[in-house]
Design a protein around this ligand. Sequence first.
Ligand SMILES: [Zn+2]
Length: 260
Amino acid sequence: MRSAQFKKKIQWRWKLKVGRIFGIDIYLDFSWFLALIFFGFVFQRIFVQALPGISLALSWALGILAVLVLFASVLFHELSHSLVAKRYKLPIPRITLLLFGGIAHSEKEPESPGAEFKITIAGPLSSFFLAGLFFSLFRLVSNYPLHFIGLEHFLCLKQFLEVMLWVNLMLGIFNLLPGFPMDGGRLLRAILWKTTRSFSKATKWAAGVGQFFGALVFVFGVLNIFVFKSFGGFWLVFIGLLIILGARASYKQVSKTNPN
Ligand SMILES: [Zn+2]
C-alpha cells in the first residue's frame, strides 16, 4: 500500500496535465521535455542543412514549430485509437505523450479480434492520412509559389511541409513494426486471436514475436556500433530494449488479468 501510494505520488510528479479532448485527459510525461530539446535540435539541424544561409533564429523557430507539430501529430494518432476504442465501449480516461510517442490508456482489453484490429489500425492510418495532407499542401505550395511572403519564407514553408510529411510517414511505419505492444504487434495479435480463438495464446505468441524482433533490432544496433562504428547504433540498441521490455511487461499484465 505504502509503495503503491509512493508510486502514485511519483507518477503525479512526473506527469503534467495539459488539457482534455473528447473527455480524455491529455498528459505530458517528463520525458516529453527531453524530446522537446532533442527533436528541436534534430529539426533545427535539418533546416540548417536543407536551407543554406538561413538565420539561426529562423532555424530554431522552425525547429521548435516542427516539434510542436510532431507532438500534435502523435496526439492525433492516439486520439484516432481512442475514438475508435470508444465506439467499442472501451473507456480511454487519458492519453500520455512521452519521448517516443504516446499511449492511449485503457483499463480493459478489446472484446473481439475485430475490435482490436480496428482500434489499432486507426492509429497508423491517421498518421498516413496526415502524411498525405502534408504532401498535398507541399504540392500545392510548390505549384503556386507564394511571392508575397518572400523567397526565404517560401522556401522555409516548403521545407517545413516536406519534413512534416516524412515525420508522419515514419510515425505510421514505425508503429507498424511487429513488436507487441506497438501497433504492428497488436495487429498481429488480433490476427492470431482470430485464427487460434484464444486471447492469451495470441498474446503469448505476439509477445514472443515482439521480443524476437526487439532482439533483432538490438543486435543490429550493437553491430552498427562495433562493426560499422556508427553512433546511430545506440538508438537501435535503445529501441530494441524498449521493444523487448514492452513485450514482456504487456504479456505479464495480460496473463495476470486473463488467466485463460
Ligand atoms: Zn498507435
